[in-house]
Design a protein around this ligand. Structure first.
Ligand code: 5BU
Length: 262
């Protein structure tokens, strides 16, 4: 069994990032470590998912640039739903440029991501300047950043030394970097969140390189703290019922991890 045996609430005390602290506390308060990847292309479908599944989740993960009919009203309404159902919004933007450029991409353009997304992510590939650029925008708004340490897709190039270098880079910005998007937990330091996409109730793949593990494998064997589920839920005939199954599976695995290590 891998990962911290401390409760999420206990781990909140170790956080320097206010957003990481808030998220750790929310996980235990709401009793859910399920994140929904709401990969739909219309504003109405996104709002409907956020409203229907909001009670089940800790995080709503968006790809705002796949929405065909985006208007700023969408992000305002998402914020209202986030407040109402108590989840945080994570824009899966995967920033990957020099600090100066990502600063504009985060703050400006059409989407004004910094105004509504509690959490964003970025590749560590360009080096620490990307974190400094994002932090210039995000720190004053109390936002948080997840570094992408390891992707779920087959054949990715993120080897062990890349992951270690990502962890090392994060250590210099622990007030802004909340943790990692990763398959395997990177460190036993309790303040880092390890968040894992590529999760389904059954292990498998899709036709374009995605690889899935179960919630139990992610949490108990890989040391993940939060599982991200997209198509496993949103393509189901009854997404609410299926989301509850994922929620139960992920939460039971976390409880087991806490108990077994006492
Ligand atoms: P799925 O439908 O559960 O396969 O969706 C997974 C989501 O997580 C999708 O939005 C991806 O863009 C996202 N993702 C991922 O699958 N793997 C990764 O390593 C990262 C993000 Br980073």
């Amino acid at each position: 069994m891998k990962g911290s045996h401390l409760s999420y609430t206990e781990r909140a005390d170790y956080c320097l990032s206010a957003t990481a602290k808030r998220l750790f506390q929310l996980l235990d308060e709401k009793e859910t470590n399920l994140a929904l990847s709401a990969d739909v292309t219309s504003a109405q479908a996104l709002l409907q998912l956020a409203d229907q599944l909001g009670p089940e989740i800790c995080l709503l993960k968006t790809h705002i640039d796949i929405i065909d009919d985006f208007t700023p009203d969408l992000t305002q309404r998402l914020r209202q739903l986030a407040h109402h159902h108590r989840f945080l919004i994570f824009e899966d933007r995967k920033f990957a440029d020099i600090g100066h450029t990502v600063k504009h991409q985060y703050e400006g353009g059409i989407y004004h991501i910094a105004d509504w997304a509690d959490i964003i992510n970025a590749h560590s590939l360009p080096g620490p300047g990307i974190i400094r650029g994002l932090a210039e925008v995000g720190r004053k708004r109390n936002r948080g950043l997840l570094l992408i340490a390891e992707m779920s897709s087959a054949g990715h190039l993120m080897d062990a030394s890349y992951k270690q270098a990502t962890l090392h880079m994060a250590e210099h910005f622990a007030d802004f970097v909340m943790g990692f998007i990763t398959q395997q937990a990177l460190s036993s330091d309790p303040h880092w969140l390890n968040i894992t996409p590529g999760v389904k109730l059954e292990k498998g793949t899709d036709t374009l390189g995605q690889q899935y593990v179960t919630p139990e494998t992610a949490i108990l064997e890989q040391g993940s703290d939060i599982v991200i589920v997209g198509r496993g839920i949103i393509t189901a005939s009854d997404p609410i019922e299926v989301a509850r199954r994922y929620r139960h599976a992920a939460w039971s695995a976390y409880q087991k991890r806490c108990k077994n290590e006492l």
